[in-house]
Design a protein. Sequence first.
Length: 135
Amino acid sequence: ATYGLDYGSGGVSLKAAGLIAADTDHTAAFLGRGWHAIRIAWTAAEVASTDELYNVVFQADTKAAVATYIDLQAGIAFGDSVALGGAVDTAATGETWIAIFNPYDNNVRAQTFVAGTIATGFNCTIDAYPLTHLR
């Protein structure tokens, strides 16, 4: 259990380890309808130029048309304190967990947006776990 969430075993990768230095639609994976715990773990977060911003959004395929994605929640921002509006710089390494609800019995993907002067970028993995229940 993490932050009051009980998640099942067998996470699904939404983004393999690797650098994010440009806007990217990551590979979609079938998660199905329901609540999912999302783990974002990063091993590098460039903040040297004071304008780097990395925004991670989760999207569901509606199946209304092939690859018609809609946002499931507001983006999760990482980066330099100036770009984040005064919050502290994102640490060089770390992890965060969130819960998302997928209203569609279909694929979910992570989409990342990058802004600022990027030299080395943001290196992370993103995994999803089905929630067995909220407590």
